[in-house]
Design a protein around this ligand. Structure first.
Ligand code: NDP
Length: 250
């Protein structure tokens, strides 16, 4: 028996990267997990297979979170497999934007659609499915609290908006015993950071130097923080911004 046995969890953007790390961990903890993805069906299926091979239970659901009506489409898919849920992790995100002098309206709208609008409407349409005592965890970024990468300003702005959402939603859902928090990773090795980490000879070392712990994070390290918030032990933490940057803001 795991600490989440009998619970259902949905993690957006769980086919790869940090989301995959989170679903694998929640699956190990006993939750039945919905592995949401956008385009990469093969990666989603591989993630489901990995969870099942480890003794867990999972299913994959697809919804393009940049499209109008995305949240309703996601819940329609989810409802085909499960009846309500206990843990919702808004993890899907577009990670890189361009400097203010170069970014166009379409790119700005796209990053806000996936990173801000989608979580908002996923909650609007999903609050009724979320059981009392549940958990909402929004994956933010250390960049919401530091200007170390100003060329990625539009992305950082989305995470600032997401943090306000976590804070205010905690008041809306608190009466039902549902906690809402942001978890903010620093630089984590995923497809999203491949260019940053491996695109130049010193990319990895420069990223590692940002962390007080002198390293680049892994999806599993973020997943451990999410797993705590999702567990019974996290029940008195809400409206909070949890720094999972490995000390990159110190
Ligand atoms: P990846 O690029 O590795 O994975 C992104 C995931 O989001 C994939 O599962 C992808 O699905 C999904 N996704 C992207 N766009 C859409 C869309 N339009 N519709 C549906 N699904 C979509 O990202 P990371 O794992 O690196 O990042 C995960 C989260 O963590 C993001 O919110 C990011 O901002 C945040 N973060 C990441 C950091 C890092 O250093 N990596 C640092 C701080 C925060 P598919 O596979 O189908 O394409």
């Amino acid at each position: 028996m795991g600490v989440l046995t009998g619970r259902t969890a949905l993690v957006t953007g769980a086919s790869r990267g940090i989301g995959r790390g989170i679903v694998e961990r929640l699956g190990q903890d006993g939750a039945r997990v919905a592995v949401h993805y956008g385009r990469n069906e093969a990666a989603a299926k591989e993630t489901v297979a990995a969870i099942e091979a480890a003794g867990g239970s999972a299913f994959a659901i697809r919804a393009d979170l940049s499209a109008p009506g995305a949240a309703e489409a996601l819940w329609d898919e989810f409802d085909r497999y499960a009846d309500g849920l206990d843990v919702l992790v808004n993890n899907a995100g577009i990670g890189n934007t361009r400097p203010i002098g170069e970014i166009g309206e379409a790119e700005y709208d796209a990053v806000f659609a996936v990173n801000v609008k989608a979580p908002f409407f996923i909650l609007k349409h999903g609050m009724g499915r979320l059981r009392d005592g549940g958990r909402v965890i929004n994956i933010s970024s250390g960049l919401a609290r530091t200007a170390v990468m100003p060329d990625n300003m539009a992305y950082a702005m989305t995470k600032g908006a997401l943090d306000v959402f976590s804070r205010d939603l905690s008041k809306v859902l608190g009466a039902r015993g549902i906690t809402v928090n942001s978890v903010a990773p620093g630089i984590i090795e995923t497809d999203n950071t491949a260019e940053l980490l491996h695109g130049s000879a010193d990319g990895w070392d420069r990223a590692a130097a940002l962390s007080a712990l002198g390293g680049v994070g892994t999806p599993a390290e973020v997943a451990d923080v999410v797993a705590f918030l999702a567990s019974h032990g996290g029940r008195w933490v809400t409206g909070s911004w949890v720094d999972a940057t490995g000390g990159s803001l110190t």
